[in-house]
Design a protein around this ligand. Structure first.
Ligand code: S3P
Length: 442
């Protein structure tokens, strides 16, 4: 990331039209690089997200022995070291802004007899790592962490680690995946129970790479068992487009008059599909075209048209399937007719920023009417009128890409525009966001 903040003003340009293709899914891209690095032989990955977070994973896997290169056609080639073959990194693993890289890689290191030091930027260094330290310590790894279980952290993995049966105390795909990845090189069966289902990309892709993994559904819970000392076979992976990135264009097209947009290649895994469901309930026109399967994941093109939205009560049970989309849902709610109530969203306070507080402050500055609660926002929408905008005072993004992009969308739906203090973090997940936005509003 560049050393000086890059402010930018986002203003209304008329509708979003035409077709655009959003980049690869961030969650799937991290996993593709990690699992390919643990397979014996050469895997190829197409459609990989080339954002800073994923590049941090790629560098870390290289530091631990994988051979990773990018061809001129954008195909990534990975020669893996085999499960159990990770090397001790000589330098600290710099995770930048990426919680997913950090927590999943801690899981991988936990099952190897190696030491690794994890460092990250100011946002990542504020985020809680105790949630992975706890189960991975039960498996035999040891940790020296900064106060409150935060980065920088030096950890020592264990071989053989001890298989555990772990019930997730928070709905977190990162914690689930960390334990499963530690289980990959652990003798015996490691079991994770999730009371509320979270994104299942690790389970789908580990199976695709040949791991012995069972998923049992029982009274709404999921029990996942992975058989350790697995042998992963190299694969050809195609990464579908990221629904969390599509979210900004979906909401922008719904809010800005005159919009009629097709967003191609959007991943529609049911564990990620909550936002589209909520926006449809609010009256949004979102049509699925050409539904198909890519890389073991459901995908479609989305046709989105400007719509007048109506406020709703968002059931907290849907939160895990749209956990990264709340900032932009708050923007949609700010322009809806009536009130939108959200609750049960405490997890949003420990993302790249405290997203409840950051969005409350930013939207209020842009002229929205809302109340902040400990576990969510209550938003009284304008009924379709544009927000006033921020004047000359910029909104603060706190090194959080999703706050920056959500407030860019709010800017498109405002009279005077929204000044965003720093657009640099957008490159962590969606490097061509501004270019695609310019193309769609041209
Ligand atoms: C992710 C899981 C989610 C999500 C993050 C990506 C993943 O985090 O917010 O952006 O790839 O597993 P939590 O597991 O903390 O909910």
């Amino acid at each position: 990331m560049k050393s000086v903040p890059t402010p930018k003003r986002f203003t209304s340009f008329g509708g979003l039209t035409g077709k655009l293709r959003i980049p690869g899914d961030k969650s799937i891209s991290h996993r593709a690089l990690m699992f390919a690095s643990l397979a014996v032989g050469k895997s190829e990955i197409r459609g990989l997200l080339e954002g800073e977070d994923v590049i941090a994973t790629s560098k870390a896997m290289t530091q631990m022995g994988a051979n990773i290169s990018r061809g001129s056609d954008g195909t990534w080639r990975v020669h893996g070291v085999g499960v159990g073959g990770l090397l001790e990194p000589l330098e600290p693993l710099d995770m930048g802004n990426s919680g997913t890289s950090t927590r999943l890689l801690m899981g991988l290191v936990a099952g190897h007899d190696i030491r690794a030091r994890f460092i990250g930027d100011a946002s990542l260094s504020r985020r809680p790592m105790g949630r992975v330290i706890e189960p991975l310590s039960q498996m035999g790894a040891s940790f020296e962490a900064n106060e409150g279980g935060r980065l920088p952290i030096t950890m020592h993995g264990a071989y053989p680690a001890v298989p555990i049966t772990y019930r997730l105390p928070v709905a977190s795909a990162q914690v689930k995946s960390a334990v499963l990845l530690a289980g990959l090189n652990t003798p015996g069966v490691t079991t994770v129970t999730e009371p509320v289902p979270t994104r299942d990309h690790s389970e789908r892709m580990l199976r695709g790479f040949g791991a012995d993994l069972e998923v049992e559904e029982c009274n709404g819970q999921r029990i996942i068992r992975i058989h350790g000392e697995a042998e992963l076979k190299p694969q050809q992976v195609i990464v579908p487009g990221d629904p969390s990135s599509a979210a900004f264009f979906i909401v922008a097209a719904l809010l800005v008059e005159g919009s009629d947009l097709v967003i191609e290649n959007v991943g529609l895994n049911p564990t990620r599909a909550g936002l589209a469901q909520m926006l449809r309930e609010m009256g949004g026109h979102i049509e699925e075209l050409n539904r198909r399967e890519i890389g073991g994941e459901p995908v479609a093109d989305l046709h989105v048209k400007h719509s007048l939205l109506t406020g709703i009560d968002v059931d907290p049970a849907i939160a895990p399937s749209m956990i990264d989309e709340f900032p932009v849902l708050f923007v949609a709610a700010a322009l809806a007719k009536g009130t939108t109530m959200t609750s049960g969203l405490e997890e949003l306070r420990v993302k790249e920023s405290d997203r409840i507080n950051a969005m409350a402050a930013a939207l209020t500055l842009a002229g929205a009417k809302l109340e902040e609660r400990e576990d969510g926002l209550i938003i009284h929408g304008t009924g379709g009128d544009p927000l006033s905008g921020t004047g000359n005072q910029p909104v603060t993004t706190h090194l959080d890409h999703r706050i920056a992009m959500s407030m860019a969308v709010a800017g498109l739906a405002s009279r005077e525009g929204v000044e965003v203090d720093d657009t640099r973090p957008i490159a962590t997940s969606f490097p061509n966001f501004e270019a695609l936005l310019e193309g769609a509003t041209a």
